[in-house]
Design a protein around this ligand. Sequence first.
Ligand code: AMP
Length: 222
Amino acid sequence: MNPLRILLLGAPGSGKGTQTSKLLKKFHQLKSLSSGDILRSQIKQESPIGIEAEKYIKNGSLVPDSIMVGIITHQLEQSKWLNKQSSWLLDGFPRTIHQATALHQVIKEKANFNLVVELDVDQNVILDRIEARWVHVPSGRVYSLDYNPPKVPFKDDITGEPLTKREDDTAEVFQKRLTKYNEEIGPLKDFYSKQGILQTVSGNTSDVIYPKLENLIVNRFS
Ligand code: AMP
């Protein structure tokens, strides 16, 4: 299989984390990086970046582009992912056109994306189900009490550690995050559409979306 370099785009709550976990199980060569998980782990460590980022995340704003571009390019370089052979998936970054162009400057010669997939989920459905979302912060594993409940209530399936509710999953903050997403997504889609690598997968549950996503990857890369 050719190297996969995938970006998942989708509204908050559209299931990017869930789709990522499923893809990692299927495509063993794939590694993933979630900007939200990196920020949450920095917050937990109370690092300077974490303390700064928390102010924005708490009220549903985006963390400034300059901070985000710095963190993610540093991670990509440190992980030695910027070469033509590596397969990886980014979840949640780039999220603005400025982030996309900045990342493009860093990776274009070495390892540009070859597939950008927008997860298209009805936003009314997302709002209904967000209340049920619980996460295991250290691993980024996401559970839904409705669709994908943990085996033991409120405990991570693998480690048994407690699940927590994200502070930014309240109805008010969540609505703000959705609005922000809707403002940013147009230019981002245009950017990748012009490169001929944008695809959209529609559905309202991860069980509907995942097979389509897997097919897309298999058909394009094997
Ligand atoms: P997520 O887990 O991807 O929904 O991210 C949670 C929060 O982290 C977002 O609501 C933003 O406040 C922040 N965040 C994550 N990724 C980015 C990004 N690429 N640019 C700006 N803020 C981000």
